[in-house]
Ligand binder design. Structure first.
Ligand code: SAM
Length: 214
């Protein structure tokens, strides 16, 4: 998702109380700074933030951080937070490839990847967020018994993601090829913006939950 450049979005983001602008300074101390006794859950590639806003409202006992690389997209989430502020949600304007500079080993309790960009060309496979290259980065920041949850409507991307699990040293906990019809896995499901859009067109939603044995 890349929106046309929105004039002034970088300035608004730089001055927003909902965006943490020097995130590297909190590496290793996110819990003390933000989460206190709470678990820290992050969505990487959050887009306009609908999923996180709903999750943060539903789970006030969890601290959420949304990560997005484009200011033209993040601005939409910031505007929504200005309308409906949530104390347990903040945003970071960074690229996922910098993630280990932002979080110390084991600092994150759960990672969400929702409707990640598919990068369909083979030569771009390592840009896909569920690729083994990214899973190796996520492995470093997720706590030992933490879970990574991934949803998409893109079958090719999901098949790719399933094949990356083992070579990256992760294990599959569970998966579904039709989340909205899977009685167990759909329990507590919160729809993302893309999920709403594609499921309304009749696309099945694929989801896995993965972990490591540490
Ligand atoms: N998660 C949202 C949803 O499900 O509605 C948005 C999905 S959108 C297709 C993917 C988002 O991930 C885009 O906003 C894109 O800018 C962001 N993104 C892609 N690669 C990223 C990266 N390397 N780091 C941070 N954000 C990224």
């Amino acid at each position: 998702m890349r929106l046309r450049n929105i004039t002034g979005s970088e300035e608004v983001i730089a001055n927003s109380e909902y965006v943490i602008n020097e995130p590297r300074g909190h590496r290793g101390s996110w819990k003390e700074y933000l989460a206190k006794e709470k678990e820290l859950h992050i969505e990487i590639g959050m887009g306009k933030g609908r999923f996180l806003m709903d999750m943060a409202a539903l789970h006030p006992d969890i601290q959420y951080l949304g990560i997005e690389k484009y200011s033209s997209v993040l601005i939409r989430a910031v505007q929504k937070m200005e309308q409906t502020p949530l104390p347990n949600l903040r945003f970071l304007l960074i690229d996922a490839k910098e993630i280990t500079e932002i979080f110390a080993p084991g600092e994150v309790d759960r990672i969400y990847l929702n409707f990640s960009d598919p990068w369909p060309k083979d030569r771009h496979a390592k840009r896909r967020l569920p690729s083994r290259q990214f899973l190796q980065l996520f492995d470093q920041i997720l706590k030992a018994d933490g879970r990574l949850e991934f949803k998409t409507d893109n079958r090719a991307l999901f098949d790719f993601a399933m094949e990356e699990i083992e070579p990256a040293g992760w294990k599959l906990q569970e998966a579904t090829y039709d989340l909205h019809k899977d009685e167990r896995m759909r329990e507590g499901n919160v729809m993302t913006e893309y999920e709403e859009k594609f499921s309304s067109l009749g696309h099945p939603i694929f989801k896995y939950i993965i972990y490591r044995e540490k």
